[in-house]
Every structure is written in C-alpha cells, then in structure tokens.
Design a protein around this ligand. Structure first.
Ligand code: CTP
Length: 393
C-alpha cells in the first residue's frame, strides 16, 4: 500500500512540545510526515527536533532559497493526504478563517485540497473569546475538522479548556480523515466486544481471555467508514468517543442490551466472547472454603447470536467462531444453526490469531464461499468485513 503523507503544521504555542510525540508516533505508524512551522513556533521548539523525528526537512520560510524544488508550498500541498495543524494558535485560526496566507504554513494550507484538521490549543480566555469561537465555527463551515482542546491545568497555571488534545485522539482524527469513501454513512452498526463475566460470589467470577481488541477494532473501522456505531462491551481498550459505548458484564446483561438495540441496527457483529454457561445461584455472601471439594452448578446462557438470527428482519448478522480443530466445518455449522450471513472464523492455535494480539488470521465462511485471509492487523480484519458486506449489498 502507498505510504500516506501527513503534513503537520506547528504554530507558536507551548503545546508545540506535544507535537514532537505526535510526529514521532505518525512516523512509527509508517506515515510520511512533513512538518511546517511558523516563525513563532520556532521560539518554542527547534526545527531540528522535528527534522530528526520526521526524517524530513522542516519548512518555515516560503522564500527559503535553499529548499529543494519539491518541498515548495504547492508541491507539499499536492502530495499531502491529510493536513493537520497542531497546536493551532488563535492567530493562525484567525488567518485561515479570513483567507490570509502570509507564511509557508498558511499558504500551503490554503493550496491543499485534501482533508484538513485543526487542533486549537491556547489559554481558556483566548479560546472562549467570541472572535476565536466565530473563527472556529467558520472553519467548521468550510469543512475543516476541529479536534477540540481538552480541560486541565494549562501552562499559564489557569485551569480550564485549551490543552491540546491527546496524541491518540489526534491520530484517530487523521486515520478517520484518510478514509474519503464513507460508505457506511447512515448505517447503524451494533458490535459486541470482550469477555462476559459471570459472578460466583461478591469476590469471584468465571470469564475468559478475550480483551475486546477485535470488537473495538471493528467498531473503529465502522466509525471511520461513517457509520453510527453502538458498542456493547466489556473491555479495557480505548474506545473512540464518537462510538456509542454501553458497558456490560454478564452474558444476560449483554443479551438485554443487544435485544434493545437490535431492531434499529442494520448490521450486528457479535465479536464478544460470550459465556455459554452462568452460575445458577450466585452467592450473596463470599463463599468460605472448607476441606471438601466444591461443585458449582452452571446453567446455559441465552445464545444472543442465535436469538438475533431467529428474529432478524432487515438486519445482516456476522458471528465469530474461535476453534481449535475443524475450523471450516464448525464455522459452517454455526452459520446455519444461528442463521448468520457470515462467520469470521479463526484457529486459536495459529500464531498471531489468539487473544490480546493486534493481529488475526481469519477465514470468512459465508453462505456460498469460504475466503481465507492472510495474517493482518485487527483493524484490517475490520475493513475486510465491511468490504465483504459492501460487495454483498
Ligand atoms: N455467542 C452468543 N451468545 C452466547 C454465546 C456465543 O451470541 N451465549 C456468539 C459469540 O459472540 C460468537 C459466536 O456466538 O459470535 C460463537 O459461537 P459459539 O457456538 O458460542 O462458540 P463457542 O462459544 O466457542 O461454543 P462451541 O464452539 O462450544 O459451540
């Protein structure tokens, strides 16, 4: 896949030090990064820092005669896939909102036609000033995405809004902006993720090793593709704030919530590792040990996927199957028993396909086909699922 180019504009503000981490992270994610700084930004951070982190010459002056031809403002504007300004000062927000281009950063920004993102960071009173707010609204109207600043203790020792958004939030906004074809727009997608937890007593429980990484990755893809996403989950993974997250613990809680959301969804993707059994009598008090063995009575949980398969109307349903043997046969039997449209199957014994990894090795088992995929990131598995869905529409 072609390496994507991110142009990072840096303006004069103390939050510029955080942009060093952002540039470093983007480089590690294999983006080609080119930094443009304003003259004021150079008062806070030396261009050399960004040159070292981005492996590219930093642009400051539009008329620098030492520049190679292909880093002038027009060629940078042309090769950029996403243009982000972080931090963006009130001054540069004002300039852009009013069409002023008087340096390398603002001229390049104006010349680019790719998706643009602005991350304001400044003192709270400046941010709340109606002039700045009007300018931000104007930028939104022009289709420029704003990554809101966050609240906290500012460098000026005031407490309030104005801190630069966290690096992972900014990176997610870049990943989101990279996807221009939002083909899931207006679709409601319901996804489950993580392990359910069945209580034994107030202290103990039965669960499994699922971390929720797969389901959260699918939810992230769906959100990037423009869908309205609801994620019913039990996970410690970071979930994008644009995803409607519902936290649950037990299989029955997951069932109740899926049932509530199911009618309004277009797609259900059951990536959660739902317990097949629950404790029949949860002890109100902590169980005390004695010298005898202990037998716990387990009873079956409701099979959520099967319930949805039996009650589906317009919805398409995707289930998961984690197997250790007879992968395809077991997946095919789940597909028909649970009336699914697709089963995403993987073998727990395959390298890179287990719990808590960032990768998965999956086989799609549909009604008419079996498609084996190579080892890929869980995010890419998510995209493959939606490509499959799109082809079947
Ligand atoms: N599932 C569910 N409700 C349950 C159990 C599982 O919705 N109570 C869903 C899972 O989210 C997953 C799929 O069903 O999408 C897994 O199928 P399942 O037959 O339950 O697989 P296993 O739990 O591995 O059970 P087994 O292989 O023993 O049949």
């Amino acid at each position: 896949m072609k390496r994507k180019t991110v142009v990072v504009g840096v303006t004069g503000g103390i939050a510029a030090f955080k942009t060093c981490q952002l540039v470093s992270d983007l480089g590690k994610m294999n983006f080609y990064v080119h930094v443009i700084m304003t003259k004021n930004a150079c008062e806070f951070i030396a261009p050399l820092t960004f040159e070292t982190l981005s492996h590219n010459r930093v642009s400051v002056d539009t008329f620098d005669k030492n520049y190679l031809y292909d880093v002038n403002h027009i060629s940078l504007a042309k090769k950029c896939d996403v243009f982000i300004i972080a931090p963006c000062s009130a001054n540069v927000i004002g300039k852009i909102a009013n069409g002023i281009c008087d340096d390398m950063l603002t001229t390049t920004f104006m010349a680019t036609t790719c998706p643009k993102i602005i991350c304001p960071a400044m003192n709270t009173a400046m941010l709340e000033n109606v002039i700045v707010q009007d300018n931000i609204e104007r930028l939104k109207k022009y289709g420029i995405q704003i990554v809101e600043s966050i609240s906290g203790l500012l460098a000026c020792l005031d407490v309030g809004k104005g801190k630069l958004a966290d690096s992972d939030v900014i990176i997610e906004s870049i990943n989101d902006a990279m996807i221009c074809d939002k083909y899931l727009k207006d679709k409601n997608i319901l996804i489950t993720a993580g392990a359910t937890v069945e209580k034994i007593d107030p202290v103990r429980y039965i669960s499994n090793h699922s971390t929720g990484k797969m389901g959260v990755a699918i939810a992230t893809c769906a959100k990037r593709l423009g869908a309205n996403v609801t994620l019913i989950c039990n996970t410690n993974e970071k979930v994008d704030p644009n995803i409607n997250r519902i936290d649950v613990k037990s299989a029955s809680e997951m069932y109740e919530n899926v049932k509530k959301e199911f009618d309004k969804c277009d797609y259900l993707i059951m990536a959660a590792a739902v317990a097949d059994y629950t404790i029949e009598n949860i002890s109100i008090n902590k169980l005390k040990k004695n010298d005898d063995d202990l037998a716990l009575k387990l009873s079956r949980t409701i099979d959520i996927l099967k319930y949805c398969g039996e009650n589906k109307k317009h919805q398409k349903i995707i289930g998961f199957a984690m197997e250790s043997e007879n992968l395809i046969d077991n997946a095919k039997s789940k597909l028909s028993k649970k009336n699914c449209d697709l089963i995403v199957a993987n073998n727990i014994n395959d390298k890179g396909a287990g719990f808590a990894t960032n990768t998965n090795l999956v086989t799609f088992v549909g009604k008419d086909e079996v498609i084996s995929h190579e080892l890929m990131s869980k995010i890419d598995v998510g995209y493959k699922i939606f490509e499959y869905i799109k082809e079947k529409e």
